[in-house]
Design a binder for this molecule. Structure first.
Ligand code: ADP
Ligand code: MG
Ligand code: MG
Length: 904
């Protein structure tokens, strides 16, 4: 028995269901599920994703066994529909639709009306009694087929504007113009007939092949194209961005056609069971009379609103389905409820109405903005549609980012006047320089510029540019257009359908009435309102909303791992606390030597660095002491009751030596030496490779008094707070260690100073003594390190640098190539390299805990706020992750997801 690859769905005998997503793809599995639920789904069959792998293994060929399986399933389909594929009297037409496990919007286009050709045209005319419709369907087939099957699937890469589809569209535009037609629907039967002939001639001219007029050849060509498209450039590029593995493959759905373009009682539409932008519990969608397939999302005509309650400024003059065809609307609305109850989630639905009869063509869990995800999760919890755990899993950690996203300062926005409005397709606000092509967006973003991608409309070719841009603005398209879908998926600020905007792509200019802007000009978008402003408006952080806080409370019910923050100032600490940080995992005292107010402490630090004798140094340290103590005290106070991990001075001293003459002179004066002496001492401190130089614990080994001063500052600060009735919880972290003896030497100072302060004040302070693990050798010797260290905190930035031998600051010059050539899957400084660096972490945790069972372990690198890294840390058994304040909620949610996943 050979393996089964083909699964039938229809009114009777559906073979698959929604649990079979891996084999049938999302689309196929849900078509089967809807058919099983008794919804009106046109019959068809799905060729499984497993065949996709076979297809490529067989050299892009179909084995005989598959041809037989398809023939059998086609026969069942024909029986269900009462028509026959390729039959001259009663021809069945089908669509060929790709569908992977997760939806990849627009990556692989569907071919409709397969099976239509001169041999079947007369039969269909007779059956439908509508000759115009038949030729309309035929011209669509030629257009889609030549583009998707004959060009894209064959990896033909035409020059810009030379693709077959564009050329055919051009012919059609010419025809419309010569006939003075406004809309496609104004073209007559004769026009369309002529157009089909022109199309076929053009196909032959451009692609050098006849358009295939044999139904079976069409069908197999289309099936092959679906599978080939899996390895097409656009699909590969999208997979890379989304991290979808190549071996998943796509399924191919062959489904009986139903026609929304059969006249004025036919229509096609898309809908969401709730609003995907806001989450509001209202049926939301768009539809068009006498239209087929992608017409609604292509932005050719402005689609009608689904109902009265969701009209917007762009479509309020248009009729809704609710008022036009109330019975059909009611039926659709019932299906909406049925599907939501069945799937327990918001559904994205495609439907077609053929001569006043409703058909369901697709349903899937709808993409949504972070705001909508949060609101829907909380609403559905209230409606008892889902439980608390499910609610927590409904929001992706990265989506939270968007809730914390900047918005335009409302005061500034009130004063400003929008030069353009469109549909609010992606949330938050964005500000950047105008670019008109995807390539320019990528190019400028690489240079660190913030850009807004402005397009007529976007298509899958633009995905990389859309990714690189801060925001996206298109002149055409509705709320379900490509731009809107992709932006929503990413939570990116986006405005679509800004119809007043005229774009001159050649000159790289745009105009809206009198307002003229060019490439490089700054604009600001409000994606939540759909308004665009010239210039850069003031932005601000989205304020705390109670919905968000309620959700985060739920999150914490499932979270088991701690989340701390990296904060250097009391201000940062306060923000992080508001976001739910449970302590500080990394507090860097050197912060006081940079930026505002740093003049005096920096001067004293320099004095200390350039001291020649121990006495000089001690004197300088004594002067510096109050600043250090004050800084530590402020942060301990802001985090009252929560742990604060204070790291000893880490950077190479050389970084602080003054370079300019004036500063050298004043230093010399204060030290009572000649400026030339300063220069000399500075040169003596010079290091060839300061990042690996005299820094971290090494400083304290050479200059114990430097360590002592810092430890004393910690204990005195904590003592003062404790006396004032506070609850300080300092922890001391020794950086850049590679051997336990470094820790032992430093511990002697720690114990002595602790005792001295206690004896002096009579106040006892508990302070954990631990180390930052950031050198591979420390991981290798972690069992020994843990003899002295009471906690480890992985400094994954340096650990990554030293494991790879990559300099984080210079990786930009080659990282791109590494990603492009698939040598690395991701930037290891953004997400932990689980295969390599991850092994060091796992080993260090195991070895450390073998020595000290209760060893506390955390991570304080940038990756601490990256969801995948958080999950990894959870699996390693870390006690906490620590990340920048704005990532704290993301890390909390990621940690909750990891815990929920582990329990499954
Ligand atoms: P995508 O995954 O890009 O949404 P689809 O396979 O859903 O692609 O198809 C594109 C368009 O064609 C959709 O509007 C869909 O409803 C329509 N369509 C697909 N199959 C049929 C069919 N058998 N009959 C009528 N319309 C169809
Ligand atoms: Mg679809
Ligand atoms: Mg470090």
């Amino acid at each position: 028995m050979t393996q089964k690859y083909v699964y039938f769905f229809g009114p009777t005998g559906t073979e698959g269901d929604a649990t079979m997503k891996n084999a049938l793809g999302g689309k196929g599995a849900n078509l089967a599920e809807m058919a099983k639920l008794g919804l009106p789904v046109p019959a068809g069959f799905t060729i499984s994703t497993e065949f996709c792998t076979v297809f490529f293994a067989e050299g892009r060929q179909f084995p005989q066994s598959l041809r037989e399986e398809v023939a059998a399933a086609l026969k069942k389909t024909e029986e269900a529909m009462g028509m026959k594929f390729g039959d001259p009297d009663s021809p069945l037409l089908v669509s060929c639709r790709s569908g992977a496990r997760t939806s990849m919007p627009g990556m692989m286009e569907t071919v409709l009306n397969v099976g239509l050709c001169p041999a079947t045209i007369p039969g269909l005319i007779k059956k439908s009694g509508n000759e115009r419709f038949v030729y309309d369907a035929y011209r669509r087939l030629i257009m889609m087929y030549s583009d998707v099957v004959m060009e894209k699937a064959e990896d033909i890469e035409p020059a810009d504007g030379k693709g077959i589809r564009v050329q055919l569209e051009h012919l059609m535009a010419k025809m419309k113009k010569s006939k003075k037609c406004e809309s496609d629907t104004d073209l007559t039967t004769a026009d369309l007939k002529k157009l089909c002939e022109q199309f076929k001639a053009k196909v032959l001219e451009v692609l050098g092949r006849e358009f295939p007029d044999d139904p079976s050849e069409q069908l197999w060509g289309a099936i092959g194209a679906v599978f080939k498209s899996w390895e097409g450039r656009r699909a590969v590029s999208y997979r890379k961005i989304e991290g979808i593995p190549g071996e998943w493959g796509t399924a191919c759905n062959v489904q009986s056609m139903v026609f929304g373009n059969l006249g004025n009682t036919s229509a096609t539409g898309v809908a969401f069971s709730r609003n995907p932008a806001t989450g509001e519990n209202k049926f939301y969608g768009e539809w068009l009379v006498n239209a087929q397939g992608e017409d609604v999302v292509a932005g050719i005509r402005t689609p009608n609103p689904l109902n009265e309650g969701t009209k917007n400024p762009q479509n309020q003059h248009l009729p809704s389905l609710q008022t036009e065809w109330p019975d059909l609307y009611k039926q659709l609305d019932e299906i909406r409820s049925k599907l939501e109850k069945h799937y327990h989630d918001m559904q994205d639905i495609e439907f077609t109405i053929q001569e006043a009869k409703l058909y369901m063509l697709q349903c899937r869990n709808g993409k949504r903005t972070g705001t909508a995800a949060l609101n829907m999760a909380m609403d559905m919890l209230d409606e008892k549609l889902i439980d608390e755990k499910t609610a927590v899993t409904r929001v992706q950690p990265a989506q939270l980012d968007e809730l914390l996203h900047p918005i335009i300062n409302p005061a500034a926005e009130k004063k400003a006047e929008a030069f353009l409005s469109g549909l609010p397709a992606g949330p938050g606000a964005a500000c950047g320089k105008i670019v008109f092509t995807s390539a320019d967006a990528v190019e400028m973003a690489k240079k660190g510029e913030k850009v807004i991608l402005v397009r007529e409309e976007t298509n899958p070719e633009d995905v990389e540019g859309m990714r690189a841009a801060e925001g996206i603005l298109t002149a055409r398209g509705g709320m379900t257009s490509h731009a809107a879908l992709v932006a929503r998926g990413w939570g990116k600020c986006c405005i679509v359908g800004a119809g007043d905007m005229k774009i001159d792509l050649g000159a790289k200019r745009l105009s809206v009435g009198d307002v003229k802007l060019k490439e490089g000009d700054l604009i600001t978008l409000n994606g939540t309102k759909g308004k665009a402003y010239a210039g850069a408006l003031e932005m601000m952080d989205a304020s705390e909303n109670p919905r968000f806080q309620g959700f985060m409370k739920l999150v914490d019910q499932f979270r088991t791992m701690g989340v701390r923050t990296n904060a250097d100032t009391p201000e940062d600490a306060k923000v992080a606390r508001q976001f739910g940080a449970e302590g500080i995992g990394l507090f860097r005292t050197e912060h006081m030597f940079y930026g505002v107010g740093s003049d005096e402490p920096l001067f004293l630090l320099r004095k200390m660095i350039l001291s020649k004798t121990v006495d000089e140094r001690k004197a300088a340290l004594a002067e510096l002491f109050p600043f250090v103590k004050k800084s530590i005290k402020g942060t301990l106070e802001a985090m009252d009751g929560l742990a604060v991990t204070v790291r000893l001075l880490d950077p190479p001293l050389h970084e602080f030596v003054p370079q300019d003459a004036a500063k050298q002179k004043s230093l010399a004066e204060s030290l009572g030496i000649k400026p030339s002496e300063i220069k000399k001492r500075g040169e003596a401190l010079h290091e060839t490779n300061p990042m690996m130089g005299h820094r971290g614990v090494r400083l304290g080994i050479t200059y114990p008094e430097v360590t002592e001063m810092q430890i004393r500052a910690i204990f005195e600060a904590a003592t003062e707070l404790k006396k004032a009735g506070k609850d300080p919880k300092p922890e001391l972290m020794v950086p850049v260690t590679c051997d336990v003896r470094e820790l032992d030497v430093t511990k002697v100072i720690f114990d002595r100073v602790k005792k001295e302060v206690e004896d002096q004040t009579g106040v006892k302070i508990d302070c954990l003594y631990g180390t930052m693990i950031e050198i591979p050798r420390a991981c290798l010797l972690a069992d020994r390190m843990a003899k002295t260290a009471q906690f480890f905190s992985f400094g994954t930035n340096d650990l990554t640098q030293m494991s790879f031998g990559f300099s984080r600051d210079d990786i930009g010059s080659f990282l791109h190539d590494y990603l492009e050539d698939n040598i690395l899957e991701a930037d290891p400084f953004q997400t932990i390299d689980q295969n390599g660096v991850g092994q060091l972490i796992e080993m260090a945790v195991a070895k450390g805990r073998a020595t000290r069972e209760k060893l506390k372990v955390g991570i304080c690198g940038e990756q601490g706020g990256d969801p995948a890294s958080v999950e990894f840390c959870f699996r390693c058994g870390l006690n906490y992750v620590s990340c920048s304040p704005y990532r704290v909620p993301i890390a909390r949610l990621a940690a909750a997801h990891a815990a929920i996943k582990a329990k499954k």
